[in-house]
Write a protein that binds this ligand. Structure first.
Ligand code: NI
Length: 174
């Protein structure tokens, strides 16, 4: 396993539509493991392959609370098969938009179908934080960042802050 560098907005590789994997083979499993190690090290609760510059429809996440056993999920080619009419608002952040947070509204409950790390088709019902993280990571597979759900004004403000913090070496966090 390896910890890989995470791309930061506005990197154009974050805006691509990722391609489905044909099957989850050893290469995809290695990618999933590298993604999990990178996510835990960041630390973060979700990561999508395009954030590492890999344009494949692969994501990993773990929403287990601190002090609880790890509960990693690995998904390839995820598709929503159902979303609730009811919405939920969470303050979201993103490893590719470091240190910026904003409220995003998404369906509160979902069902998602995906290939797991053994290339088996699975379907999962999710609500709460898990539903939000799955939708956030799935957005990355279509080149969408959480800031794309905000008004132009808010999004530009965040992007300006990001480019400023990159120019000032004192504010580099990790
Ligand atoms: Ni993200």
């Amino acid at each position: 396993m390896a910890i890989l560098p995470i791309l930061v907005a506005p990197d154009p590789r974050l805006k691509v539509t990722a391609k489905p994997v044909e099957r989850v083979d050893d290469e995809v499993r290695r990618l999933m493991d590298d993604m999990l190690e990178t996510m835990y090290a960041a630390p973060g609760i979700g990561l999508a392959a395009p954030q590492l510059g890999v344009a494949r429809r692969v994501l990993v996440l773990d929403v287990a609370k601190e002090g609880q056993p790890k509960a990693p999920l690995r998904m390839a080619n995820p598709q929503l098969t159902w979303v609730s009419d009811e919405d939920n608002t969470y303050e979201e952040g993103c490893l590719s938009v470091p240190e910026q947070y904003a409220d995003v509204v998404r369906p509160a409950r979902i069902r998602v179908r995906f290939l797991d790390h053994q290339n088996e088709i699975r379907e999962l019902a999710a609500d709460g934080l898990l539903a939000t993280v799955i939708q956030h990571e799935m957005d990355h597979l279509d080149g969408i960042l959480f800031i794309d759900h905000l008004s132009n004004l808010k999004r530009n403000m965040i992007l300006r802050k990001l480019s400023k913090s990159r120019k000032a070496p004192v504010s580099v966090a990790s």
